[in-house]
Design a protein around this ligand. Structure first.
Ligand SMILES: NC(=O)c1ccc[n+]([C@@H]2O[C@H](COP(=O)([O-])OP(=O)(O)OC[C@H]3O[C@@H](n4cnc5c(N)ncnc54)[C@H](OP(=O)(O)O)[C@@H]3O)[C@@H](O)[C@H]2O)c1
Length: 285
């Protein structure tokens, strides 16, 4: 451990009871951190994980602006806070055509306002340490599916940049932006299993790589305001829609988000185009 994180120390992991958050909680505990596992609905998973890794838990609904105060209060009696991982996230399908005020507000409140409030409180309380925001690789090649979610993560990327500047020199702020790592939202298992092959590197992200990125950020005291993108080169495909609407195999046409059986037109369908108009990559007679 670098001098930055010597001695007893606490890591807060929001949404730390399940899935990626739980993997991060487990890895941090293995590295000697006391982990404060934040959760909302997953009480049983949070308590079981805390018992297994010797951590603590705190429940707070991040839609409530008082959540950051609740989380900070739970630090009382724990080793000093040195790491905050903003991993909790709302991920509900909507589009630029149909998003609602309630859906917009919920995504922005949970995915952006809450990390902003918790980051500010953490920086004031910790004085020194690291904040890691879980972003999304789709920001590197945006498409308008999951519209409110994507806007919220774009805001979180901005928060990463601004708080890195605002909280220096004591606090570093970085992001980790994976592409699809676990089956999420309305995605089918068949789609999840199939889409990774289409990435430029022919593979998808393993959660162990997210753990590795977090460990790199912790161990590297000169990095701040930077985001590590883990996407197997998916951004090079410049997909017009979210990858989960690609069919498991076939011609790259997108499936509609609802099951009405219609295929959307194949424009911008993820097929590779020739790099220029000079025809040298096109078949000749
Ligand atoms: N999974 C992927 O493939 C993927 C891809 C790209 C980016 N990411 C990002 O990586 C992070 C972790 O992904 P994930 O798939 O593990 O996340 P997730 O399962 O979608 O959500 C993580 C946790 O967020 C918590 N949460 C949601 N709404 C909340 C609220 N109102 N108040 C408090 N907590 C709330 C939930 O806690 P409870 O269960 O306790 O309610 C949930 O378990 C997210 O930020 C996500 O955007 C994930």
């Amino acid at each position: 451990m670098t001098a930055e994180f010597e001695g007893p120390r606490t890591a807060i992991v929001t949404g730390g009871a399940k899935r990626i958050g739980a993997e991060l909680s487990r890895a941090l505990a293995a590295d000697g951190w006391h982990v404060l596992i934040h959760y909302n609905h997953s009480a049983a998973e949070a308590e079981a994980l805390a018992a297994r890794i010797g951590g603590s838990t705190v429940r707070a609904d991040l839609a409530d602006p008082r959540a950051s105060a609740t989380i900070m209060a739970a630090l009382d009696g724990l080793p000093p806070p040195r790491l905050l991982v903003n991993s909790a996230s709302r991920f509900v399908l909507d589009s630029a055509d149909d998003f609602t005020v309630d859906g917009w507000d919920a995504h922005l409140d949970i995915n952006l306002r809450a990390p902003a409030l918790i980051s500010r409180a953490f920086a004031a309380k910790a004085g020194r340490g690291l904040i890691v925001n879980m972003l999304d690789a789709k920001l590197a090649a945006p498409n308008p599916d999951f519209f409110s979610y994507t806007i919220s993560k774009m805001g979180l990327a901005g928060l990463t940049e601004l708080t890195a500047r605002a909280f220096a020199p004591g606090i570093r702020v970085c992001g980790i932006a994976p592409s699809v790592t676990m089956v999420s939202g309305p995605q089918s298992r068949a789609n999840f299993d199939a889409v990774h092959d289409r990435n430029a590197l022919g593979r998808g992200v393993d959660v162990a790589e997210i753990v590795g990125a977090l460990r790199f950020l912790i161990a590297t005291p000169t990095i701040t305001g930077q985001t590590i993108v883990l996407d197997g080169g998916q951004r090079f495909l410049s997909l017009a829609r979210d990858v989960q609407f690609l069919p498991p195999s076939g011609d790259g046409q997108f499936l509609p988000p609802s099951g009405d059986g219609q295929f959307l037109p194949p424009s911008g369908d993820g097929q590779f185009l020739p790099p220029s108009g000079d025809g040298q990559f096109l078949e000749t007679e």
